[in-house]
Each structure stands twice: as structure tokens, then as C-alpha cells.
Design a protein around this ligand. Sequence first.
Ligand SMILES: Cc1cc2nc3c(=O)[nH]c(=O)nc-3n(C[C@H](O)[C@H](O)[C@H](O)COP(=O)(O)OP(=O)(O)OC[C@H]3O[C@@H](n4cnc5c(N)ncnc54)[C@H](O)[C@@H]3O)c2cc1C
Length: 481
Amino acid sequence: MHFYVYLHLWRNKRYNIMFNSVKDLEASLIENFASEIRGELVFPRDATYDNARKVYNAMIDKHPGMIVKCVDVADVINAVNFGRENNLLVAVRGGGHNGGGLGLCDDGLVIDLSGIKFVRVNTSEKTVRVGGGNVWGEVDHATHPFGLAVPAGIISSTGVGGLTLGGGVGHLSRKYGLTIDNLLEADMVLADGSFVTVSANQHADLFWAIRGGGGNFGVVTSFKFKAHDVKTVFGGPTLWPIEKAEEVMEWYHEFIHNATEDLNGFITTMIIPGAPFPEHLHNKQFCGIIWCYVGDLEKAEEIFKPILAMNPLFEHVGQMPYPSIQSLFDGLLPPGLQWYWRADFFSELGPEVRAQHLKFGSNIPTPLSQMHLYPISGAASRPGNEDTPWAYRDAKYAGVIVGVDPAPENAEKITDWCKKYWEALHPYSSGGAYSNFMMDEGPDRVKASYKNNYDRLTKIKRRYDPNNFFSVNQNIKPKNN
Ligand SMILES: Cc1cc2nc3c(=O)[nH]c(=O)nc-3n(C[C@H](O)[C@H](O)[C@H](O)COP(=O)(O)OP(=O)(O)OC[C@H]3O[C@@H](n4cnc5c(N)ncnc54)[C@H](O)[C@@H]3O)c2cc1C
């Protein structure tokens, strides 16, 4: 190790400074590093810096000291070693969608995986190999011609990395489980720079930990997923005036968990902001359900009869290619909006809970702010709470409230509504939240979210990342305190 780095480490220890700043590193160290990297290094002085440090949530404004745009596994290994040897704070960026901006950090090093993209479909095995920096739309695009799909979320620009490592709830959850239930194997670069492949038969402890434990254990450079026969689905939104929210939610709770597993539907309180919806709906508050049926299309109309018997004010359900339902809301939610997130798991939608949804759903502060409840039933509820770190398989919903708006001056307004909505519902929650729907709620919330799995995660963290090198995430500490 270079003398200069020793000096920094000594100074940091003495003054209790945790990390070096990239800008204080000697130029020769950075030059050596640059010579080991095939991708691009981006610094604050570069014209491309502001673009490179942008993430999906415009509320996040972090200034890394250096961004390494990795193009292969060797780049990732070199970046991990450089970060560790120089005592830098390191963030790993997949799709950059995380609400809390956990793909970025201030001062330190960002390992940006967006240059590690590939999707290889194996039609005989029905498996898909995906790069650590892909987004879901790219996976859907590659698998669709073969009539295959991997369970993911509901927006196609979300990163495969973050969504998978946190769990992955979406349109196919009831039929085929969470994304982690379809993960077969992953290639990883660990904190010591070593490279491993993890699966049920190799590093089984690590394989268990990454199926919900987030980016705490290493950088995943490639995922291998099980794919399913999904080509054309029958789905879309049904909307009721917000005044009917309590009635619709009561019906939905009974209906969805007893429906065929071919059917998924997440329920929301929302505003219809404008086109492509008809004008008479614009800027009104609704209770909506977004459906996705993956069964026999000839039976679809029969399946939807009880839904349409609830007399939605508006419905737009019908056949569409799976990638279309996956990108249905992409246009409404482009990158660059302000987002504030709060989340919880719920088991019930009792009268008090429904009353709060009516109250806050009637006072949505901006057209894009919304609440979603994703059902955890069918295949998503079959694994036990301890089979993966995702500890709430027995809850009925993964809930999320998001305050969203393009205008930074509305940041306080959307944050305030989101927090108050969450505070009103939290007493009725199951305790923790789905980690991918959280923002920055601190260590107690992380523990609550992993519940009985937290200790096991801590032990695995201690084994593979004892110095908490991967700390910019919903952090699992190597020490259990
Ligand atoms: C509009 C929108 C819609 C969403 N819809 C859904 C949904 O339907 N279902 C759902 O489950 N979630 C959903 N999410 C939440 C989403 O799963 C999380 O935001 C997730 O963290 C995004 O992953 P990312 O790779 O894009 O994020 P990033 O910000 O790049 O990373 C998030 C975290 O994951 C880590 N990470 C990312 N890639 C890797 C990797 N390859 N190796 C190691 N660590 C990595 C990062 O270090 C960071 O800690 C949605 C988010 C948004 C903004």
C-alpha cells in the first residue's frame, strides 16, 4: 500500500473520519487505476459528470468523487480493489432507480454497472442470463420473441440488479413468485476482490443472502433466471371514483387472494394526470386496480366478469404483449421527477385502514403521487419466511406510498403527504417494509424488514464483508448492534 494512503488511514483513524475523499488521492494512484480500466472514469471536472451522477429520483443530489463506468468483470474487480485499498466510500449502481439514491454516494467511488449489459435466452432450458447493469425492459425485449418472461416489477426502466437483490414484486408474482424465487445463479465480485458463482449448490449461504438482502454482499455481474411461458397477457386498469375506495378495497381483499393464480392485480389510490386517459378522468382521484392475467386467453372474459360487475367508472382491460403491460406507466413516470417513498407490509385491509386510504387518497397532493398495495399470495406466498431473507411471505400486501412531482418546490408538499399517509397506516402494518420500497428510514427499519432473518444475514455479512465495504444500501451490519 502506498505511503500516502497509510497517512490518510492514520489521519482518518485519529480524527474519526471514516473514508478518504477521491479528490485527496495522489494523481499517480488514479492514473494507475485508470490504466487498469477498460470503461470510462468520470470526475467532477468532466463535462459528462452531471449526467453521470443523475439517478432516476431527482430529489437525490449526490456528488461522487469518481464514477467508474465498468464494462466487464475485470473492471468491477479492479474498482472494488481500488476502493478498498484506498479506503473510499463505495456505491454500486445498477439501474439507478432506487428511491433513496443508493446507487450513488458523496465524495467516494461509484461502481456504475450500466456498461455491463447482455441478455442471453436459453430456450431449451427456459433460462435467461442477464448482465448486472441491465434494466428490465431490455430483458423483456429479449425474451418476448421466444414467448418467455422473467417475473419483475411494473416499470421497464427499473434495474435488474437492485430489484432482484431486494426481492422483486410485480405483475407475475401470484403466478410465478417474486423475482428472487426465479433466480438460479449469480456471478459476484466480493469485497476482497474475489469472484464467485453462487447458486443452491455453490456458496449456498451467499445465494440465500442475495435473494432479498440487497447489495450488501457483493457486486453481481450476471444473473441467471428461470423464465416462464408468457407472451400475451390480458390486463390493464379499472378505476373507481375515490369515494368508492372503501367498498372496492373490501371487495378486492376477498377477491384477489382467492382468485386463480393466473390473475394478478395491485390496488392503488391515484390521480389520472392526463392523456392517454379520456379527458373526463383528468385530475380526478381514483381507487384503481391494475390487472394482469397470464392464463388461457379464451377464459379471460370469464375471469374478468366479477371484476367488471363491480362497475368501474373506467376500464381499459384487454389483450396486450407482456412487454406492453410492463411499460404501461413508463411514459407517466419518466426519470427526473422528485420522489419521496414510504413503505410497509400489511396483512389486513380492515375498516380503519380502508378509511385512511379514503382520507389520504382524497387528498393526493400532486397528479403523480400515489399509493400501491401489491398482493403477496399464490406463488409469492408459498416459500416460508426464512427460506429467503424476504421475511413477510405471510403478509398479504407489500405497500408503498410515493409523493411524486416534477417541481422541486413541491418536494416538501409531497414528502409531507407521504409521511402523514404512512403514519396513519403504520399502526395497522405487519412491522417492516419491503426494502426496495424504502428510502432512508435507518437501521431499525432495516432490521424490522428482515425480521427473524436479520441475525443470519449479519453472520453472512461478517463472513463475506466483515468491514462493511458494501455499505451504501439498506445496510446489514457485520456486527449485530
Ligand atoms: C418507478 C419505479 C417503479 C418501481 N417498481 C417496482 C416494482 O414494481 N417492483 C419492485 O419490486 N420494485 C419496484 N421498484 C423499486 C426498485 O426495485 C428499487 O428502486 C431498486 O433498488 C432499483 O434497482 P436499480 O438497480 O434500478 O437501482 P440502483 O439505484 O442502481 O441500486 C439500488 C441498490 O441496489 C444495489 N445494486 C444494484 N445493482 C446491483 C448489482 N448488480 N450488484 C450489487 N448491488 C446492486 C445498489 O448498490 C443499491 O444499493 C420501483 C422503483 C421505481 C423508481
